[in-house]
Ligand binder design. Structure first.
Ligand code: NDP
Length: 310
């Protein structure tokens, strides 16, 4: 059967007039990612490669949906013939109150990155945490359990990562965020899961610290893995996530931001002699888990990885 590819980006107006917006598009668009910005998302090529490989006759599209449009967009997804959607910046937290049901992980994390539409109901899941853990294992051959971790960010992705670190009973976890109140709230939520002393020395096992160079310098001396889960680096004009002087050779640096080229943080970390990886591996693993939720079958990981590195 002939294929007529989906438009590069759809909008809420397109969803409102879906038959017209997708006239002659074949196979139909029944999955997609909703975000703002969304043009950078590599989920469409990755998921479309998986759909093709598995002979699932549908396409995965890209939807530019602004924050005040999310509720309407999800209402339309519920009624049109969608299998599900992914959510990216800045919708993951807001989506929690817009779905009909939350699975246990999404509820605990307080963010949804995957929605499955079943019998007209929106079921919310979160695959970022498990995707992150698999990514760290594949990039650095280490387990979160053994690491002292400095996490930058307290938004949807950071919350998923923090919960995963706590679940893995990591050695220590320090959270830093531009809005320090959010970092403190996240620490308070994680407190019951990360009790008991595991590290020796003058450092707490779990704490929120201010985003200032002196505090970060002290923490980095007691850190194995630095994670950037802020949106810094997404925009080419963003300032550096960390000053180069803080990046040291003993570190592993995981930048949840991804691009087809090396992210500025990954480049700076490698320049400093550290091991570093960008968020493509997290994208791959969270996407594979989402595929498995939608289709209840194993995702073709190698095909999806190849689509990301093309
Ligand atoms: P959210 O909008 O939920 O959170 C954004 C975070 O970035 C907040 O902690 C926010 O801090 C911080 N931030 C934003 N602007 C700045 C700034 N100028 N300076 C410092 N901090 C800033 O987004 P998500 O958590 O969903 O996504 C965060 C990043 O992670 C994105 O780049 C996204 O692409 C990436 N990501 C990658 C995935 C992957 O598979 N590789 C999966 C999920 C996310 P504050 O609270 O102070 O506003």
């Amino acid at each position: 059967m002939k294929t007529r590819r989906a438009k590069e980006v759809y909008t809420l107006a397109d969803l409102r007039d879906w038959p017209k917006a997708t006239v002659e598009v074949t196979p139909p668009v029944q999955l997609g990612v909703l975000g703002d910005p969304v043009a950078h998302s590599l989920s469409p090529p990755m998921q479309n490669a998986a759909l093709d490989h598995c002979d699932l006759r549908m396409q995965y599209g890209r939807f530019h949906i602004r924050p005040n449009e999310l509720e309407d967009a999800l209402d339309l997804v519920r009624t049109l013939e969608f299998i599900g959607v992914n959510l990216t910046v800045p919708h993951k937290v807001e989506a929690c109150s817009l779905v009909d049901e939350l699975d246990a992980d999404a509820r605990e994390i307080g963010a949804v990155n995957t929605i499955a539409v079943r019998a007209g109901r929106l079921l919310g899941f979160n695959t970022d945490g498990i995707g992150f853990a698999r990514a760290v294992r594949s990039e650095f051959s280490v387990d979160l359990h053994d690491l002292r971790i400095l996490l930058l960010g307290a938004g949807g992705a950071a919350r998923a990562i923090a919960m995963q670190c706590a679940r893995a009973d990591c050695e220590r976890l320090v959270i830093v965020n531009r809005d320090p109140g959010k970092a403190r709230d996240l620490v308070a939520q994680l407190q019951p899961a990360l009790t008991g002393p595991r590290v020796l020395g003058p450092v707490a096992r779990l704490e929120a610290v201010p985003w200032d160079e002196r505090a970060l310098k002290f923490q980095i001396d007691h850190t194995d893995l630095v994670i950037n889960a802020t949106s810094l680096g997404l925009n080419p004009h963003d300032p550096p996530v960390l000053p180069a002087t803080l990046l040291q050779p003993h570190l592993m640096v995981y930048d949840a931001v991804y691009s087809r080229h090396r992210t500025p943080l990954v480049a700076a970390a490698r320049e400093a002699g550290a091991r570093a990886a960008d968020g493509l591996s997290m994208l791959l693993h969270q996407g594979a888990c989402a595929f498995e939720i939608w289709f209840e079958r194993e995702a073709p990981l190698d095909v999806m990885r190849a689509a990301l590195t093309k």
